[in-house]
Design a protein around this ligand. Structure first.
Ligand SMILES: *Cc1c(COP(=O)(O)O)cnc(C)c1O
Length: 427
């Protein structure tokens, strides 16, 4: 329950900041690993992880060490000069992902913008699309960020309403349906931009063959396949990248070998969130030399993009995925978590979707709203938030131990039981 201390912080936020978020009623003050404490030292387990940005857990000791070391040595220079951190980071991330080049940015939306710009340039200069005609195909229910261009192709009315005029050049087709995607392609199509699993859309997992079919269509039609793995990438789904779930003969269980054949490998990959190790905004666009060759001096950039602190943190963040076995833990704990949720057999739960430690629990709004359930979870020590009103997303740090997960599962179970107890008896 809120006391006066918490109320005063909440009041300040609402007096001095606009209402563009509706936070849950808790005021957080510190965190370590999967645990978070409010200003009164009440403890919660973080099943939200900053929308998947805190995959390494809060204040990961090694990242904290890098953060201290790098920020006391050199944190910001701009890209007007070379640094001793950017090259090694770019080398590490391209080798690890199997892409030729990486363009560093800060927020996820900026990396999506970068992908849009790079693929349009490629379309005009390599594919020879007529000036001003390039089109990008996206999917209904997408979430790619909040810039004026990106909201132009959102299907969520409130995110775009009265923010127009909107940017033209985008065509939205049904998610998960490669047929409608194929039908939307014409000679002006530069790229297809999709999420391998839609996160904000409610953890929507497409049909198994979808990405492979999209890959085939894009190859045949000379269209770039761009995947937004800002939320799904870097181990969240139990593989390095979510697209690797549909890479038929990839022999690596957790998808960590970039040189194996990968049937659904995109032409461009967008990363963010967990790339910053839970410390800072770090994003990037990865692609081939063929695409990146057109990003010449003056065409694109960012004051903070690729700064020494970001580069040092991002490099260690991706190295730790392997060193700390985070991808494997995501896979193993995720399967256990999913099974535990299904085994609860709660009539409030309509469906459990997702892969790895990225689960969407579809609740029956007849019994309780997503918002009220999130609040109830909060009161029971679980930080989580609904997306699309009826989906509760559980996405703990990938470092979570079996013991910590069991703690969460027990709490979640008692929340569902509490709701069921309050239900009017059905005949
Ligand atoms: C969070 C997210 C973004 C936007 O990232 P920001 O850092 O908030 O700009 C884009 N795409 C996907 C899939 C996301 O989950």
């Amino acid at each position: 329950m809120l006391d006066n201390i918490q109320k005063s912080y909440i009041k300040k936020e609402s007096i001095y900041g606009p209402d563009n978020y509706k936070p849950l009623p808790v005021v957080l003050s510190k965190a370590k690993g999967v645990w978070v404490w409010d200003v009164n030292d009440e403890k919660y387990i973080d099943m939200m992880s900053g929308y998947s940005a805190v995959s390494h857990g809060h204040a990961h000791p090694e990242l904290l060490r890098v953060f201290h070391e790098q920020s006391s040595r050199l944190s910001l220079t701009s890209r007007a000069f070379y640094t001793d951190t950017l090259g090694p980071y770019l080398e590490t991330i391209t080798k690890m992902t199997g892409f030729e080049m990486c363009l560093p940015m800060n927020s996820g939306a900026e990396a999506v913008e970068t992908a849009i710009k790079a693929s349009r340039r490629w379309a005009y200069r390599t594919k020879k699309v007529k000036p001003g005609k390039a089109e990008i195909i996206v999917a209904d229910g997408n979430f790619h960020g909040r810039t004026t261009t990106i909201i132009s192709f959102s299907s969520d009315e409130n995110s775009k309403d009265d923010f127009g005029p909107h940017t033209p050049g985008f065509i939205s087709v049904k998610y998960g349906c490669s047929k409608s995607l194929k039908a939307a392609i014409n000679e002006n199509t530069a790229a297809v931009l999709i999420e391998p699993i839609q996160g904000e859309g409610g953890i929507i997992v497409p049909p198994e063959n979808y990405l492979k079919e999209v890959r085939d269509i894009c190859t045949k039609k000379n269209v770039l396949m761009l995947l937004d793995e800002i939320q799904s990438g870097l181990g969240r789904t139990g593989k390095l990248f979510a697209y690797q779930h549909s890479c038929g003969n990839c022999s690596c269980d957790i998808g960590c070998k970039p040189n194996q054949p990968q049937e659904s490998k995109p032409d461009g990959l967008i990363l963010g969130k967990a790339l910053g190790g839970g410390f800072m905004p770090v994003s990037c666009f990865l692609s081939s030399k063929e695409v990146m060759q057109w990003m010449n001096p003056g065409s694109h950039g960012s004051t903070f993009g690729g700064n020494p602190l970001a580069a040092a943190i991002a490099k260690r963040s991706i190295e730790l995925l392997d060193e700390d076995k985070l991808i494997e833990n995501s896979k193993v704990m995720g399967e256990y978590f999913k099974k535990s949720l299904i085994d609860m057999n709660s009539k409030i739960i309509k469906e459990v979707r997702g892969k790895g430690l990225w689960l969407g629990v579809e609740i029956d709004p007849k019994y309780i709203s997503g918002k009220d359930l999130s609040k109830l979870c909060l009161e029971n020590g679980i930080l989580c938030k609904e997306t699309h009103e009826t989906t509760i997303r559980y996405a703990p740090p990938l470092t979570i131990s079996k013991k910590e997960l069991d703690w969460a599962i027990n709490k979640i179970k008692s929340v569902f039981e509490e709701v069921e107890k309050k239900l009017p008896k059905t005949k």
